[in-house]
Design a protein around this ligand. Structure first.
Ligand code: ADP
Ligand code: MG
Length: 265
């Protein structure tokens, strides 16, 4: 089971949007996929139109009030399920985070999912605090969205340093899948300049070739609580983009051997 951590230093850079659409693209590629919401703000639920605050989730599993299989929610795609934070009062987010980051809680929950899913996507809250750190300790791979803006290099440096630290101290097998430029606006010369600096400074494929453009459709989809709908009435380039990204990342996660490759001969 691959555990893909979607994390970044900054908020509002597209972590949840990427977790959802990429998770759906993994499911469409035949992977049994779970999107797990670790952000107590509940934006995965909101974006899916599942934001029923009364519905139990991760918080209730941690108190022992619910069993994990009972709080997994099915979606319209039979290969995709979601696990939301559950009943977390915005005033007690600290308590939720404390419970989630206590000892081996998160890795224990992930352990229970082993065998049930091929890919688990962990949608982290903004920042490099204890939740993101725990997720990196429990994960197998990390993907970090980055907006091409003047402070991008600094925030990228911070997450790369955290990934290095976690790898050195706790999780030697954690693999950086890459940095994905998100909400990219080709019309803005400053964005292009930042992107060029990044490509020059980080050769070797760290900055992924796929770029997520700034597109109103994402905003519209999360307002309507319907990324699945987005995938149905999607403008073709956007859906192809996530399907291609899913295929590329799966190739990096599980490189095909020569025998598996359906070559011409
Ligand atoms: P994060 O999880 O990093 O805080 P979100 O994915 O929730 O970021 O995105 C923040 C807001 O920006 C949301 O309203 C979302 O719909 C919108 N958004 C995300 N990605 C894009 C994009 N590529 N183009 C336009 N709007 C986007
Ligand atoms: Mg988010």
């Amino acid at each position: 089971m691959h555990i893909l951590v979607v994390a970044s230093q900054k908020g509002g850079v597209g972590k949840t949007t990427i977790s959802l659409n990429l998770g759906l693209a993994f499911a469409r590629a035949g992977q049994r996929t779970l999107i797990m919401e670790l952000d107590a703000q509940g934006s995965v639920g909101l974006s899916l139109g599942l934001a029923d605050r009364a519905r139990p989730g991760l918080a209730e599993v941690m108190t022992g009030a619910e069993a994990l299989p009972d709080v997994l929610q099915r979606t319209r795609d039979p290969q995709l399920q979601v696990l939301l934070v559950g009943r977390v009062d915005p005033a007690t987010v600290g308590g939720f985070e404390e419970a989630l980051t206590r000892g081996p809680v998160l890795s224990g929950i992930l352990g229970q999912l082993r065998g049930e899913f091929d890919v688990v996507v962990l949608d982290c809250p903004a920042g490099l605090g204890r939740v993101t750190t725990r997720a990196l300790e429990a994960g197998t791979h990390v993907l970090t969205p980055l907006q091409a803006e003047p402070l991008a290099l600094r925030s990228l440096g911070q997450i790369l340093a955290l990934v290095d630290r976690v790898r050195a101290e706790k999780n030697t097998s954690l693999t950086l899948l890459g940095v994905i430029l998100s909400m990219f606006d080709r019309q803005t010369p400053a964005s292009l300049e930042v992107a060029e600096t990044l490509w020059t400074k980080f050769p070797g494929g760290i900055i992924l070739d796929t770029i997520i453009p700034r597109d109103e459709t994402f905003l519209e989809a999360s307002l309507r609580g319907a990324p699945l709908l987005l995938m149905q009435k999607r403008p073709p380039p956007l859906s192809r983009l996530f399907d291609q990204l899913a295929t590329d990342l799966l190739d990096r996660i599980e490189p095909k051997t020569a025998e598996e490759d359906d070559g011409p001969i």
